[in-house]
Write a protein that binds this ligand. Sequence first.
Ligand SMILES: [Zn+2]
Length: 72
Amino acid sequence: MSDVTLDRRGSTPAVPIVSPRELLPYALFAGVLMMLLIFFVGAEEGATSIIGGHSVHEFVHDARHLLGFPCH
Ligand SMILES: [Zn+2]
């Protein structure tokens, strides 16, 4: 048996109502992950490098060029 709740007619699944307060922790977590991703793609080299060496830079090199960050 499915966990999907059906509306009164029983033909279409009901859309769950999610308040912004319930959504806030997930939005913050997604925002932090996106900022980390943008940092590693756009700024993880040279003086702003957290991880030594060129491994992270080379791993995200194509994404860096795709998004237009300055590289070389
Ligand atoms: Zn490059």
